[in-house]
Structures are given as C-alpha cells and as structure tokens.
Design a protein around this ligand. Structure first.
Ligand code: HEC
Ligand code: HEC
Ligand code: HEC
Ligand code: HEC
Ligand code: HEC
Ligand code: HEC
Ligand code: HEC
Length: 403
C-alpha cells in the first residue's frame, strides 16, 4: 500500500518535472534548489509582482545598464573637478560607462560602472576586480541632480581602493556568496573553506526579491502548479500568522542600522526567525539615543509614543511592502487619524495652520525631514558639505512644528 503510493508519487513527480521543463525553463537559483526565483511567481501573483518589480527594493542593487544608471554623461555635466590638474569624467565607451581619471589632461585610470546601489535619492556604483567590488569615488544625488563625492569620500583626493564588502550586499541584494569552492582538481586551496569577502559575481542576485522576504518558495511553487485548485497557501511562511515582533524583525533585518552581526551573514535570516539570534542587540526604545535617519527607521519608530503605546503598530501599518513609500503625504494622515480620531490641537498650533490643512499634514510636523549625520557629500569644486535628508520615524512634537 505505502510502497505503491510512493511509487505513484514518484511517477507523478517525474511526469510533472518533464512537463514543466519547457515552460518554466531550466532556471537555477544561486541560493540553491529550495529557491524558485521571482520570475516564477508572476503567473500566480501578478499584483504583487507588477508593483515589486519596479520598486526600490528590487532596485536596491542593479546591473549598470544605461536604463538603470542615473546621472549625466554629456559634456558640461559629466565632470568632477578635484583641483586644477585633476578631474574625473563620466564617459561612455563601447556601450559601457566609465569613471575616468585625468591628470593634466592625460588619462590615468578608468573603471567601469558595474553594480549600482540605489535609485530613490542617490546612486553609488561599484566595479569588479579580482573577486571584490570597489566603490566608484563619485555618486549621483537627486537632490542636486548632479554628481558629488560618494559618502565619506574626499573632494580633493581620488580613491578607487575602497571595497564594497558583503555587508552592503547583505542589505541591498538577495544573495552573494563569499564561499569559494574549487573543483576537486585543485582542492588544496579552498575546498569547502570559507574565504571572507571573497565574492563570486555569478552568485549575485540583484535587489531584494520575493524570496529574500518570504523565504525559499520552490516547494510552494511546485505544490500549487500541481494542485491549481488549492486556494490556501502551502509550504510558505504566512505573515498573517506571525507575531508583531516577527513582522517587525522581517523589516528590521535591514532597517535598524548596522548592528553587529552574530552570524556569518544577514542572508541566513528567514521570515519568522528571531532577530536576536542574528544580532547583538536590536534597537530598543531608549529615548536618549540619537539614531541616524538613514538606515534606522525602526530605531526611531521604537522611540515614539505611537509605537510604544499601541499594541499593533508595525511597518505595514503605513507601508505596503510591495510598493514604494507613498509620495502622497495626505494618505498617511488618514492612517494617523485611524488612531487619532478627533485630535484637537491647541489655539497656538491652529494659528500656524488652518484645521483643514492641518488634517492633511500630520507628517510634515510630526515626522519632519532631518539631515543624516552618516551620509554627507561634496560637490565638484566646493568646500561645503551637503547632507542627505530623510523623514524621521520618531513621531513626536517638535519645537519648530511649523510648515
Ligand atoms: C502556481 C501558482 C503559484 C505560484 C507559481 C506561486 N504561488 Fe504563492 N500562492 C499561491 C496560492 C494559490 C496562494 C494562496 C492564495 C493567495 O494568498 O493568493 C499563494 C499564497 C502566497 C503567499 C501568501 C501566504 C500567506 O498565507 O499569507 C505568499 C507570500 C506567496 N504565495 C509567495 C509566493 C512566491 C514568493 C512565489 C514565487 C517564488 C509564489 N508564491 C509562486 C499560488 C502560487
Ligand atoms: C534585505 C534588506 C531589506 C529588507 C528585509 C527590507 N528592506 Fe526595505 N529597503 C531596503 C533597502 C536597501 C532600501 C533602499 C533601496 C534603494 O532605494 O536603493 C529599502 C527601502 C525601503 C522603503 C523605501 C522605498 C521607496 O522608494 O520609497 C520602504 C518603505 C521599505 N524599504 C520598507 C520595508 C518594509 C516594510 C520591510 C519589511 C516588510 C522591508 N523594507 C524589508 C532593504 C530592506
Ligand atoms: C543595515 C542595512 C544596510 C547596509 C549594511 C547598507 N545599506 Fe544602504 N541603505 C539601506 C537602507 C534601509 C536604505 C534606504 C533608506 C534609508 O536611507 O534609510 C539605504 C540607502 C542606500 C542608498 C541610497 C538609495 C536610494 O535609492 O536613494 C545607497 C546609494 C546605499 N544605501 C548604498 C550602500 C552602500 C554602498 C553600502 C555599503 C557601504 C550600504 N548601502 C550599506 C540599508 C543598508
Ligand atoms: C520587502 C519584503 C517583501 C518583498 C520583497 C516581497 N514581499 Fe510579499 N509580502 C511581504 C510582507 C511583509 C507581506 C505581508 C503583508 C501584510 O501582512 O500586510 C507580504 C505579503 C505577500 C502576499 C500575500 C498577499 C498580500 O499581498 O498581502 C503575497 C502573495 C506576496 N507577498 C507575494 C510576493 C511576491 C510574489 C513578491 C515578489 C514579486 C513579494 N511578495 C515580494 C514582504 C515582501
Ligand atoms: C496604531 C495607532 C497609531 C497610529 C497609526 C498613529 N499613532 Fe500617534 N499615537 C498613538 C498612541 C497610542 C499614542 C500615545 C497617546 C497617549 O500617550 O495618550 C500616540 C501619540 C502620538 C503623538 C504624541 C507624541 C508625544 O510625544 O507626546 C503624536 C504627535 C502622534 N501620535 C502623531 C502621530 C502621527 C503624525 C501619526 C501618523 C504619521 C500617528 N501618530 C499614527 C497611536 C498611533
Ligand atoms: C505611522 C506611519 C509609518 C510607520 C509605522 C512606518 N513608516 Fe516608514 N514612512 C512613513 C512616512 C510618512 C514616510 C515618508 C514618505 C515620504 O516622505 O515620501 C516613510 C518613509 C519610509 C522610508 C523611505 C525613506 C525615504 O525618505 O526614502 C523607509 C525606508 C521607511 N519608511 C521604512 C519604514 C520601516 C522599515 C518601518 C517599520 C520599522 C516604517 N517605515 C514604519 C510612515 C511610516
Ligand atoms: C502645523 C503643524 C502640525 C500639524 C500639521 C499637525 N500637528 Fe499635531 N501637534 C502639533 C503641535 C505643535 C502639537 C503640540 C501642541 C498642540 O497640542 O497643539 C501637536 C500635538 C499633537 C498630538 C498630541 C496631543 C496631546 O494632547 O498630547 C497628537 C496626537 C497630534 N498632534 C497628532 C496630529 C495628527 C494626527 C495630525 C494630522 C491630522 C497632526 N497632529 C497635524 C503640530 C501639528
């Protein structure tokens, strides 16, 4: 009885595997055979796929194609001047884009744009060399609509030697293997040994994809392809069943700053896991800590009364994880009002803004934009530092609460 069932299952499986060979191609995911890849999700999850494929998470890293690269390559707006003898020029050559260093008019060094980080406010780029990626010294900033120094780079000295290490990819991509396993023929060196930071470009999965957040989904895909009438999700972690802390952890993995990792990498985390097993300490609610607005939304949110005094608030209260943050600030006011019905501001506040406008601008006053202390940059030929500014997630009453 049992044997024949197993046999039957095997036959079905073989039939199934051979039937889907043609349509669902021979995709092999660098993370392993448990993963199906985001292309396989579209057929059943069109809504989530269509919005996700164009959002910032999917483009947190991307290949440096002309469509993806922001910033200017045309004369007049493609040059960064270090001093009268030294300049860096963004140029297109043979269909590739480069940062090229000139000294006294002579080309000294040229490095291609290969991996891009970011799209929303800024874009930093990297090039590959000997299994490492290195940051290009000049980045593009939307607030300036121009090139300026990459964060932490000097405006007087050119530097092509800073590595973009695995940590950056841990928050900006879905996979990159630093494990280098050689073939048995030259097994002396690295067989099954880990070489930190030694990165294999073939294993890079650009952006934050479906399975980075949802965990491996190959079995889920196979099950539903096989049983198309099944309406409840199989073999996948359901966020609906997670606790508030687990939901927060799924975002805090990357949105709570650069806390010290206990494990080898952020890639090991799966939804439902306890983040405390990954980090030494996760942002608490110590009011005296001034977290940076860049990269630490949870640290700031956790300090606000809204978060502390409500039992349900998490990131999904205000964000759809498949979409970008809404640009429409009035839409957030509706969310604020869902908990702050009938809020009465005092006469002094009402003098600064009429009640009808106030009702649409909660965010403007209670989540003001603040300058990042971590990310600053300099423009060509300029001594002044510009700051990267983001809205704080610490909802509170601010002294100069006015428009
Ligand atoms: C052959 C169809 C099919 C494919 C392919 C498929 N799914 Fe699903 N998935 C379903 C069905 C059916 C459900 C249950 C109904 C629903 O929630 O839409 C579901 C539900 C889900 C849920 C919600 C789980 C819950 O209970 O909250 C997630 C998350 C999910 N799928 C992720 C994925 C990802 C990621 C991929 C691609 C790697 C994928 N699915 C591919 C059919 C599919
Ligand atoms: C693997 C790391 C990672 C995880 C997990 C993650 N994020 Fe992000 N998120 C990022 C990075 C990196 C960016 C910046 C992307 C960019 O602009 O290049 C980002 C951007 C965002 C943005 C701004 C997008 C925009 O353009 O407006 C929101 C909102 C956001 N994340 C919310 C969430 C929420 C909610 C969760 C949990 C469900 C989550 N993130 C999980 C790394 C992550
Ligand atoms: C702990 C996770 C984390 C690490 C590590 C990290 N980032 Fe980010 N990064 C984010 C998040 C989250 C955002 C977007 C929201 C913000 O700025 O708070 C972001 C934004 C950016 C942006 C701007 C993106 C945009 O669309 O405007 C760039 C560029 C960037 N990161 C590059 C890097 C580089 C290069 C490294 C490594 C030196 C790095 N990041 C390391 C989480 C991280
Ligand atoms: C940044 C993390 C993140 C990424 C990337 C992501 N999801 Fe989700 N997804 C979530 C979270 C969190 C929920 C639960 C939402 C909630 O509870 O409101 C969710 C819910 C879902 C659901 C249940 C129905 C729904 O919309 O709530 C499906 C189906 C799903 N995701 C599929 C996908 C697919 C397919 C992709 C890739 C195209 C994807 N997700 C990418 C975080 C993510
Ligand atoms: C899930 C419910 C919820 C949501 C959504 C919410 N809040 Fe709150 N908020 C609270 C609770 C609960 C308190 C604490 C009230 C108390 O102490 O009596 C609070 C307190 C506040 C305070 C007083 C803070 C202080 O330090 O005294 C401000 C201001 C505030 N919220 C603004 C906002 C804004 C703006 C939004 C939308 C961006 C928002 N809230 C969304 C639940 C929420
Ligand atoms: C009470 C509502 C609320 C909650 C809860 C909330 N956010 Fe936001 N978030 C906002 C608003 C408002 C913006 C600003 C949108 C804008 O300016 O376009 C924003 C913007 C962002 C951005 C983009 C920053 C930028 O300027 O590019 C990221 C990333 C982000 N949120 C992540 C998170 C994460 C992660 C959580 C959970 C820890 C979270 N948010 C919880 C309201 C919220
Ligand atoms: C023009 C700036 C401004 C706007 C817009 C604004 N607030 Fe306020 N809010 C203040 C100031 C200032 C205070 C403290 C003085 C007061 O109560 O009027 C305050 C106080 C609060 C408090 C604390 C009240 C208490 O009794 O402790 C809450 C909650 C609050 N606001 C929520 C909101 C919500 C929700 C919105 C959007 C519907 C909003 N605010 C829009 C400036 C603003």
């Amino acid at each position: 009885m049992k044997k024949s069932r197993i046999l039957f299952a095997v036959v079905v499986l073989i039939a199934f595997l051979s039937s889907c060979k043609n349509e669902s191609d021979n995709y092999i995911d660098p993370r392993g055979t448990d993963y199906a890849g985001s292309q396989s999700c579209i057929q059943c999850h069109q809504v989530q796929s269509e919005s996700s494929f164009h959002n910032s998470h999917f483009k947190a890293t991307s290949p440096a194609t002309k469509e993806n690269i922001l910033g200017h390559f045309t004369n007049g707006s493609n040059t960064f001047v270090y001093d009268k003898d030294t300049k860096l020029v963004m140029e297109e050559r043979n269909d590739s884009l480069y940062q090229i260093l000139y000294k006294n008019g002579k080309e000294v060094e040229a490095h291609p744009f290969e991996v891009l980080f970011g799209t929303k406010h800024a874009q930093t780029s990297a090039f590959w060399q000997n299994h490492y990626t290195f940051e290009l010294p000049i980045s593009y900033y939307k607030s300036l609509n121009s090139w300026a120094t990459s964060p932490g780079y000097s405006a007087s000295k050119v530097n092509f030697e800073r590595k973009i290490d695995k940590e950056c990819y841990g928050c900006h991509s879905s996979n990159i293997a630093s494990r280098y396993i050689t073939t048995s023929s030259d097994s002396i060196n690295f067989l099954n040994q880990e070489v930190e930071d030694f990165m294999n470009p073939k294993t890079l999965i650009y952006g934050i994809d479906c399975e980075r957040c949802h965990g491996p989904a190959k079995e889920h895909v196979q099950k539903h392809l096989k049983f198309p009438d099944l309406k409840t999700a199989q073999n996948i972690t359901s966020f609906k069943k997670l606790t508030r802390q687990q939901k927060i952890d799924a975002c805090a993995l990357c949105h709570s700053g650069n806390d010290k990792l206990k494990v080898k990498s952020r890639f090991e985390y799966k939804p439902g896991d306890d983040l405390l097993e990954y980090f030494r300490g996760v942002p608490g609610s110590n009011d005296s800590i001034h977290y940076d607005v860049h990269g630490n939304q949870l640290g700031l949110l956790a300090q606000s009364k809204c978060f502390k005094k409500s039992a349900t608030m998490d990131c999904m209260t205000c964000h759809n994880p498949h979409e970008n943050a809404s640009q429409n600030l009035a839409s957030y006011s509706k969310i604020c009002m869902s908990c702050h019905k009938g809020i009465q501001h005092n006469a002094t506040t009402l003098k600064t803004m009429p009640a009808n406008l106030l009702a649409q601008n909660c965010v403007e006053c209670h989540m003001p934009k603040q300058d990042s202390k971590a990310i600053r940059f300099q423009q060509s030929n300029s001594k002044t530092m510009s700051s990267y500014s983001l809205r704080t997630h610490k909802m509170a009453i601010y002294p100069n609460n006015k428009k």
